[in-house]
Design a protein around this ligand. Structure first.
Ligand SMILES: [Zn+2]
Length: 127
């Protein structure tokens, strides 16, 4: 992949990173606010619901944090010069795929195989 294209994906990733970081911060602020308000209204009336909400807030944050980590890794791969290459088979990832999902680590074929294999790329020797 040429430098111009790499820079194109780098700026896409940086933009997504900014958006995600802001969203994570927002979600966490909202979750804290919600939990704080919740505690003020009722004491021990419905602890299970309160726990559930905290769990949900945590999971939302975790999911977004994972996306931020994916973007970080993609940016690292640009620096390392491995960006746009399938981490499993080493073939170039289709650029249209990268346009749609700039954090893609695998080409479509490997991604499908990995998803069929419970999300792990272990023990997929032949494709
Ligand atoms: Zn592959």
């Amino acid at each position: 992949m040429n430098t111009q294209k790499l820079e194109h994906f780098r700026s896409m990733l940086n933009e997504q990173l900014t958006q995600r970081t802001e969203k994570v911060r927002e979600d966490q602020a909202n979750a804290l606010e919600y939990i704080a308000a919740d505690d003020g209204v009722k004491d021990s009336v419905d602890m299970s619901l309160s726990d559930h909400n905290q769990e949900l807030a945590f999971r939302l944050g975790e999911r977004d944090s994972q996306m931020v980590a994916d973007i970080d890794q993609a940016l690292l791969r640009i620096d390392e010069g491995t960006y746009g290459t399938c981490a499993h088979c080493g073939k170039p990832i289709d650029e249209r795929r990268l346009e749609a999902m700039p954090t893609a680590r695998y080409d479509a074929q490997c991604q499908t195989a990995i998803e069929a294999n419970d999300g792990t790329d272990e023990e997929i020797s032949t494709l």
